[in-house]
Design a protein around this ligand. Structure first.
Ligand code: 7TS
Length: 404
């Protein structure tokens, strides 16, 4: 049903050789490769359509605007948002969270208030909140996790109080692969009237996300991690929240009328989209989302979970193997260390075999501290990886282990 070899044909880079070896690309958590459909959409728009959006009376500007706004509708459908007013184009997850931390912080947070994040957040979902806490005299509180890498839900209940303003949590950990029970986090927070931001950077590429079903208030993701272009992402926000919040950046697009005395702001979603958007990237992002939708998110999820299960089984048989994160619900990310081989040595030697993995703290230093380590090697899978590639990884790790 899911023909991975067919899928691979859409990704020209996968037939590259690295140091004379076939590329085994296992760094999908950092960024994914792009199918022809996405690259061709970029080339086609620059060659045939390019014009600035929302401001021209001329034909090309109209056409570019139509493509850009049709992309917003594709994203709305993809996330099952209620309205395109809830879909804000950003540069990526990081910018989406910074937008929210600023806008929400300015209008909703006072001295002594609390912001809740989890122990397994990427720096992008910690630092913007920390910066805002510093500005407002608020405090960061942390949901702890178990040794197997699962959120302690009772501790979350206990953390929330009348000073809590927002809960910010990743749906999938970029280090442990844990899939967090977001719908439950939302229920717990909503019972106390507290909104929830979900970091979807690592979930959107791997599973069907329905923001109405999750009932989250905000949801951020990056285009480049879901087979789309770099430099574009999305912040979803419930309309009732976005109506209340002030703009993040000022400039063109986000205004209704400007005078030196007073400026009035544009309606949603433009209130939050100052300046010329990357309208070529938004169009290409829509192509990427249509691409995965056409393969079927359920099929992708099933395929990747099987592949990850196979990889876990094989890797656990390697002598000295330690895998970080053994949550019951886990996704296509495997962080590991072998004996006392430094993660950087392992990564460098695997690279010489054509195998691309990530090493280090994965922008999650507080999580590394919680695990009592400095870093890991991380293999993260995408919809084009195969069992043969897992076998190559396992053989590579064995080879490196024997060298030490
Ligand atoms: N949140 C999570 C959970 C992430 O994994 C990442 C990127 C981000 C936010 C930031 O995304 P950006 O597109 O705005 O940069 N994670 C990784 C990674 O694991 N390796 O490289 C980037």
């Amino acid at each position: 049903m899911y023909d991975v070899m067919r899928v691979r044909e859409d990704f020209p880079i996968l037939s590259r050789e690295i140091y004379g070896k076939p590329l085994v690309y296992l760094d999908n958590g950092a960024t994914t490769q792009k199918p022809r459909q996405v690259v061709e959409a970029i080339v086609d728009e620059y060659y045939n359509v390019n014009a600035n959006v929302h401001r021209g009376v001329h034909f090309l500007s109209q056409q570019a605007t139509d493509l850009h706004e049709a992309s917003r509708e594709v994203v709305r459908r993809f996330l099952n948002a209620h309205s395109t007013n809830e879909i804000l184009f950003t540069r990526g997850t990081t910018e989406g969270i910074n937008l929210l931390a600023f806008s929400f912080g300015e209008s909703m947070v006072k001295e002594g208030d609390e912001i809740v994040v989890s122990a397994m957040e990427h720096h992008s979902n910690i630092v913007p909140w920390q910066m805002m806490c510093e500005r407002k005299g608020a405090h960061l509180r942390v949901i702890p996790m178990t040794d197997s890498g699962e959120l302690e839900m009772e501790a979350l209940e206990a953390l929330l109080n009348e000073r809590t303003r927002i809960v910010c949590c990743t749906q999938v950990s970029n280090v442990l692969g844990t899939v967090n029970p977001i719908a439950e986090v939302v229920k717990i927070a909503h019972r106390r009237g507290i909104p929830v931001l979900v970091d979807g950077a690592q979930s959107v590429p791997h599973m069907k996300v329905d923001v109405q079903e999750l009932d989250c208030d905000f949801f951020a993701f990056s285009g480049h991690k879901v087979y789309g272009p770099t430099g574009v992402g999305v912040l979803y926000g419930k309309e009732e929240w976005l109506e209340k919040l002030p703009p993040y950046q000022g400039g063109g697009e986000m205004i209704k009328n400007v005078s030196f005395e007073k400026t009035t702001y544009n309606e949603l979603p433009y209130k939050f989209e100052a300046g010329t958007p990357d309208y070529v990237a938004t169009h290409a992002l829509a192509k990427a989302l249509e691409y995965v939708e056409q393969l079927g998110m359920k099929n992708i999820e099933q395929y990747e979970r099987d592949l990850t299960r196979y990889a876990l089984e094989r890797m656990q048989q390697i002598e000295g193997m330690h895998i970080y994160g053994m949550a019951k619900e886990r996704d296509a990310v495997i962080s590991f260390q072998v004996g006392d081989i430094h993660h950087l040595d392992m990564g460098t030697l695997l690279d010489r075999l054509g195998i691309a993995v990530r090493t280090g703290h994965h922008c999650a230093e507080p999580l590394m501290r919680r695990l009592g380590i400095e870093g890991t090697v991380r293999a993260s899978f995408g919809l084009y990886n195969t069992k043969d590639e897992v076998d190559a990884l396992v053989a590579g790790i064995e080879k490196v282990r024997r060298m030490f």
